[in-house]
Structure formats: structure tokens, C-alpha cells
Write a protein that binds this ligand. Structure first.
Ligand code: ADP
Ligand code: MG
Length: 718
């Protein structure tokens, strides 16, 4: 039976409904998905050597006959050991497997197999390969080559998945090659199907490199074309020109609880000027954690509301959406001059619907702050009042709520925001082009303000995002004390907790971030539940410990953040859910447990959760282990608090690793390309514009057009 890209994975021999379920968790449903499920690393087992020549630490494949094989219980009876001797003309070697007693039945003496792994001669001088992969001699899926390693799920084994992908690749010839042949030739790229085959099972490093380059090129080119498309669609659309009411803006800025920094002033002005034009703004506001981007966005939003239009604010997580909703509410509401804003909005609003709530009778109209809406998957609010989703949408539809903050929930079909003139996208790299497009695709085109705390050098930003305008907050609010950063080793931990207890007694609060939610032997890392249990046992009763992680229901998450913000919890043990943007100025201590497991950008983001007031803050990095690489990263953290500097160190240390944090959370537009691929990004930009100059509608490139169109619609076919 022949396999097609459109066949379900169960068409592959050995993939039953159980394996199919595990695959579905990986986003793999069809043979096509499987073929496009790429390895995250490789094992080089291509060195095939005679057994006689093997030395300690060699990573090799050897082929020979099973001479003897038997299983026994280990000394502590916890595991079953299966030990075999493999021999060929040049000698013999021992191999050991754990908890696979069935191998004794499968690998009978005399059977010829290939095994691959690392040779270890520390076991009484006997050369042994521990837990090798194996296959019948002559097969080359798991041994004797550069072998792909994939992310797994459930009970799916590497062996099973690798075998299934190898099988699925028989359908790869159906992959269309959308790259114009002349470009393929120019770059000496393999065709797309060959690139896909070789990215899984390359015959050599050179072949692998060529395959990866080709696939990165495809990804970046399609991305550039998508950008070009979105840009073009937006450019020809008129935008709503927001008349600048300088006097009003001045008084709004005066009502903020702090004087703006020069950088905030300059950026806000650049944004306000852009919004005054009748073509859509496309601006990126870049500023390190804590540089005060929210206030800048608030000024732009205030201007839009004043002019009688609406604004949407998109945040990547529920926690952040809730926090930014509250922050905007405070900026618009709590200040003495707010009456002006309230009046201003009232003037351009229908007076009739403004005072249904008796609390507001005193005010001539609803104040803006109390009419900022919040929409997430689990919450709907108008001001601080919870409402039903339906009530909120009705209020948005009839203009009572003209500033709507939310998560991805804002992108759903059927959410109409009349008069939408400004879209703010916070932590914009968390959203794909398609998602941003969903909000922007309307007439007149809304102005777009993207914001990011990722310190991307200007040149790189232009390369990745194309022709956008850039505002940079290169200045921290006054009075901030740099966060003191300390490395804490095991023997110093007790003293650290004692100091933290003393801080808490002074009314401060502390974050304790752990790499995992639950204990996991496999990773040997500290988890939220272990650390919280340990702290509850050892710290004084008066210290109130809270727990926060991504698996909690979102109302519990919100409630925990609220108790921490309100001071009802002193010490919050959490996963990295607190990473992005959480703003709790009274928290002055950040402890990062298992700090060696985090990348520099993530450590920097986490540290940015403290040092948000004029009180001195401390960040404790408590590593569990200490590799060379980790040492450099953690000492870099103690040396500088400058995000740009750290990003550069990160880029140097990790090369292909990335400035943007982990693959899923950081750089969703790309599966393969990383910021280290700047030269390739530049090249694809040039190629994209070369294609579009002669063929702006891609009529002459139908395969490419179809592919780009589908990607833009969010249907990832290939
Ligand atoms: P980010 O740029 O990381 O999004 P926020 O907008 O959350 O930063 O601001 C961080 C904190 O600094 C907030 O508590 C905010 O109210 C405060 N803040 C912002 N601008 C200033 C300023 N000019 N002076 C003092 N504090 C400020
Ligand atoms: Mg922020």
C-alpha cells in the first residue's frame, strides 16, 4: 500500500491508535505532519569501527554477532540488567540494557546486529556500551549514520518515532517545490523533498547543512513575502488620523503618578505624531524590562480615546492581560486630572448610556478607567467589575467600552470593536504574523504599536520585521537601584533564606522561581512543589507561602497574583509564568532555583520582576549544577544588568541558540531560523523584493503564492 502525505499516521505500520494519540499531542496527525516534524538534534553514529580498535569515550557503531545474552536483577533489585557480548573478527564488546528483559527473547545468540553508543571502559576495564540503540545488521535507521533525535510524548519511544518517520518519508516526493528553480540553482540548494529527507536522515554533515540551509531559507523567504503582503495590504488602506490634542495629552501626562523619562517622552511623541497621519502606523517600541512601556502605550491610547475612537491592547498571557488592564485603569482613572479625560470622552460619547451605575452618578459621564474592558479565555471585565462575555461584547459594540485589553481571545472571530484606530501588541514576538494580521485586517487600518522587551539591535529588527519604525526606551525611570545579583551555592542557602525572612519581616515580598512544577527524577531539578514544601517546613510560620504555575486553572492563577499584589502572600514559589511583564513593585527579592537551566535572556527577564521601585532589590541565582557554559552565563548576570549587553553575550555563547528564549515562547514565526541567521535573513529579504518587483502578485509563482496565502490564513500545510 502506498503512503500519501494526506494519509493519517495510522496508515504507517506499527502506528496504532495509542501511538497516534501521543503523536497528536505533538501536533502530528497526518503523514505530512510527520514528515515535517523535525529533529531537534542529532547523534553522530556514522563512525563504524572494528571492535578491536575501540577506546574509552568513542561514539561509534559496531556490527557483530550476539555471542551470549542474559538478564538478571541488579544488586538492589530495582532494575533488570540485560547483558550481551557482541563479537566480530576483530574482537568482542559488552553491551548493557536496563529494564528491557524482552531483548533476551529478541536478540538470540547468533543474531547479527548493529549497536551504536558511547564506549565506556570504567567498569572493571571491560569495554562496555551502555544502553545502545540497536537494529538488525544491514539496517541503517538507528545506527551507522547521523541519527535524528526528536521530541517525544507519552509512551512513544524514540525507536518507534524514528522508524515511523523513516517510513513516512516514502511520501516525501509529493512535497511541492515552491522555490523558483533559478533561485534554487543560484544557491545550489537541494529540492524541497530532498532537503526534508536529508534533514531527517542525512548521509553526511554537508548534506545536513545543505538541507537545513534550504529549509531555513524557505521559512525566511515565506516570512518575508508574508510581511510584504501584509504591508502592502495595510499601506494602501487609509488609517484614521488621530488629531493631536496637545493640551489634553499634556494634562494626561501630568496626571500620571510619576514624571516621564526623556525616552518615554520622545517615544510617546513619535507615536502620537504617527497616529496623526492618515496612513497606518507600524512602529516597534523597544525597551528593557521595567523601562515603562505601559505608560507610553497609555498615552497613545488616551489620545485615541480623546479623539472618540477605540483601542485594543493585546497581551500574551492572562496574567499580563489582567495586570495591564488594571494598570491602564489606574492611569486613566485614579488621577486628579482624570475628570478632564472623563469629560473629554463623554463629549464625544452618547450621554445617554453613561451613568447606569449609580456609583458614577456624581461624575457627568463614565470615567475612562472604569470602562476599560478585559477579555481573556476565562475572564470578562468592565473596569473592575466581572461581567459575562456577552455583556462585555455588547458594551464594546455600543461604544461604552472603547479600550479593550485581552489575550488571544481578542483575535477570535466575531469580536467587533467599532472605531478601532489603534492596536497595541505587548511582547509582540509572542504573536505570529497571522495573529497580528487578524486584528489589523480591517478598514480603515488601525495604527499598530508593537512592544518588546527583547533587546534587538536596530539593524536586526529592521531585517526581521522589515520596514517598521523604531522607538527605543534606552533610559530607566529615575531612582531605580540596580538589582544586586548574587550567586548562592549550597552551603550559603540557609543564610540566604534567613536574609529573605528578615526582608519579609520588613514588609517586602519575594519571588522564588523553579524550573519545574512537580518533582522529576529524570531532570534532577528542583520543582515548585518540592521547594514550596521545603519552605513551609523550614521557614517561620509567619511567612505566607503561595504557589503559582501554568497548570493551575486561570482563576486560581489570577487569584494568587492578586493575593501577592495585595500583600496577602509574602513569598511566591512559581514557575516561569511570572517571567513576562509581571509588575509588583513591593517584591524586592528574586530567587532563581536551578538557575543553570535558564538562558540569559530568561534570567534577565526574571530578574526584571524586581527592582521596580526605589527600594534596593536582590536577585539570588541558586544553581544546582555548574557547567562551564552555565558559569559564564551566571557570572555575566552578576556583572551587568544591561539587557543589550546580556543579549550580545548570549548570542556569542550560544551561537545558534537564541536571544529570544525558548523556541516556542520566543520566536514563533520561525521553526528553524534563529537570530543567528541574520545573513540568511538579509538574503531572503533581497530575494523577496527581487521576486516582488517583477511579480508583485506572485501570479508567475503560483506554488509560492499558494503557500504564502495558506501560511497567512494560518493553515500550515507544509
Ligand atoms: P515594561 O517596560 O517592562 O513594560 P512597565 O510599563 O511595567 O515596564 O513599568 C514598570 C514599572 O515602572 C511600573 O510600576 C510603572 O508604573 C513604573 N514606571 C513607568 N514609568 C515610570 C517613570 N517614568 N518613573 C517612575 N516609575 C515609572
Ligand atoms: Mg510590559
Amino acid at each position: 500500500m502506498s503512503l500519501h502525505l494526506s494519509s493519517p499516521v495510522t496508515a504507517i505500520p506499527g502506528i496504532g491508535s495509542l501511538a497516534a494519540k501521543d503523536l497528536r499531542n505533538l501536533g502530528v496527525v497526518s503523514v505530512r505532519d510527520l514528515v515535517l516534524y523535525l529533529p531537534y538534534r542529532y547523534e553522530d553514529y556514522s563512525v563504524v569501527r572494528p571492535i578491536g580498535s575501540l577506546r574509552h569515550d568513542d561514539t561509534v557503531t559496531v556490527t557483530g554477532r550476539v555471542r551470549q545474552i542474559e538478564s538478571r536483577a541488579s544488586k538492589n533489585r530495582k532494575v533488570t540488567l540485560t547483558e550481551a557480548m557482541i563479537e566480530n573478527e576483530s574482537g568482542e564488546i559488552k553491551v548493557t540494557w536496563f529494564n528491557q528483559p524482552y531483548l533476551e527473547k529478541t536478540l538470540r545468540p547468533g543474531f547479527r546486529i548493529s549497536v551504536a553508543g558511547r564506549v565506556d571502559s570504567r567498569f572493571g576495564g571491560v569495554r562496555t556500551i551502555v544502553s545502545p540503540v540497536w537494529e538488525p545488521a544491514g539496517d541503517r535507521v538507528h545506527t551507522g549514520r547521523i541519527v535524528p533525535v526528536y521530541g517525544l510524548s507519552g509512551t512513544l519511544t524514540m525507536r518507534r518515532l524514528r522508524g515511523a518517520i523513516e517510513h513516512a518519508l516514502s511520501a516525501a516526493a509529493e512535497l511541492v517545490d515552491f522555490l523558483p528553480a533559478e533561485i534554487r540553482d543560484e544557491e545550489s540548494f537541494p529540492t524541497r523533498d530532498i532537503a526534508i529527507r536529508n534533514v531527517h536522515f542525512p548521509e553526511s554533515r554537508a548534506e545536513l547543512d545543505a538541507a537545513i540551509s534550504r529549509l531555513k531559507f524557505d521559512e525566511l523567504l515565506v516570512h518575508q513575502l508574508m510581511f510584504a503582503q501584509v504591508r502592502k495590504e495595510r499601506a494602501v488602506r487609509p488609517a484614521t488620523a488621530i488629531a493631536t490634542d496637545a493640551e489634553f495629552l499634556k494634562s494626561f501626562v501630568g496626571s500620571l503618578p510619576f514624571p516621564l523619562t526623556q525616552a518615554q517622552r520622545r517615544s510617546a511623541w513619535e507615536i502620537v505624531k504617527d497616529c496623526a497621519l492618515d496612513r497606518p502606523m507600524n512602529r516597534l517600541l523597544e525597551g528593557d524590562v521595567g523601562s515603562g512601556k505601559t505608560a507610553v502605550a497609555a498615552i497613545a491610547i488616551a489620545g485615541v480615546l480623546r479623539a472618540g475612537h477605540s483601542a485594543a491592547y493585546l497581551a500574551p498571557t492572562e496574567i499580563l492581560a489582567g495586570q495591564q488592564h488594571a494598570a491602564l485603569g489606574r492611569f486613566f482613572d485614579g488621577q486628579p486630572n482624570c475628570q478632564r479625560l472623563a469629560l473629554a470622552v463623554g463629549e464625544s460619547n452618547d450621554e445617554g448610556n453613561s451613568s447606569q451605575d449609580s456609583d458614577h452618578e456624581l461624575l457627568p459621564t463614565l470615567s475612562v478607567g472604569s470602562s476599560v474592558g478585559l477579555l481573556t479565555a476565562s475572564q470578562a471585565k468592565i473596569g473592575s467589575d466581572s461581567v459575562t462575555r456577552k455583556e462585555l461584547l455588547a458594551a464594546v459594540a455600543d461604544g461604552r467600552v472603547r479600550c479593550l485589553v485581552g489575550t488571544h481571545a481578542l483575535l477570535q472571530q466575531g469580536i467587533e470593536i467599532p472605531g478601532l484606530a489603534l492596536v497595541v501588541v505587548d511582547e509582540q514576538h509572542r504573536f505570529g504574523v497571522q495573529q497580528r494580521k487578524a486584528l489589523l485586517d480591517r478598514k480603515p487600518a488601525p495604527h499598530l504599536l508593537s512592544m518588546t522587551a527583547t533587546p534587538i539591535p536596530r539593524s536586526l529588527a529592521l531585517t526581521i520585521y522589515g520596514d517598521l519604525d523604531l522607538s527605543i526606551l534606552d533610559e530607566m525611570p529615575k531612582g531605580r537601584k540596580p538589582v544586586a545579583t548574587r550567586l548562592v551555592f549550597d552551603r550559603e542557602r540557609a543564610a540566604m533564606w534567613a536574609r529573605i525572612v528578615a526582608d519579609i519581616a520588613l514588609g517586602r515580598q519575594a519571588f522564588v522561581v523553579c524550573p519545574l512544577i512537580d518533582p522529576s527524577d529524570a531532570l534532577g531539578a528542583k520543582s515548585v512543589s518540592e521547594v514550596a514544601a521545603m519552605l513551609k517546613r523550614t521557614l517561620p510560620r509567619t511567612v505566607r507561602v503561595g504557589i503559582l504555575h501554568g497548570k493551575l486553572p486561570s482563576d486560581e492563577k489570577a487569584a494568587m497574583i492578586a493575593s501577592f499584589r495585595d500583600g496577602a502572600v509574602d513569598l511566591l514559589v512559581s514557575t516561569t509564568v511570572v517571567e513576562v511583564g509581571v509588575d509588583i513593585p513591593n517584591a524586592t527579592v528574586m530567587v532563581i532555583v536551578g538557575a543553570e537551566r535558564f538562558g540569559l535572556s530568561q534570567l534577565h527577564q526574571l530578574r526584571g520582576r524586581v527592582g521596580r521601585s526605589d527600594i534596593a532589590s536582590t536577585c539570588y541565582l541558586a544553581p544546582d549544577g555548574w557547567s562551564e557554559d552555565a558559569k559564564e552565563r551566571l557570572t555575566a548576570m552578576t556583572r551587568t544588568t544591561n539587557g543589550f549587553e546580556l543579549a550580545e553575550i548570549d548570542l556569542r555563547l550560544r551561537g545558534a541558540g537564541n536571544v529570544f528564549g525558548s523556541a516556542q515562547s520566543g520566536f514563533p514565526d520561525f521553526r528553524l531560523a534563529t537570530p543567528a541567521d541574520i545573513p540568511l535573513m538579509k538574503k531572503t529579504r533581497d530575494v523577496a523584493s527581487r521576486i516582488l518587483v517583477v511579480d508583485p502578485e506572485l501570479e508567475g509563482h503560483p506554488l509560492l503564492k499558494e503557500f504564502v496565502g495558506r501560511e497567512l490564513d494560518g493553515v500550515h500545510l507544509e
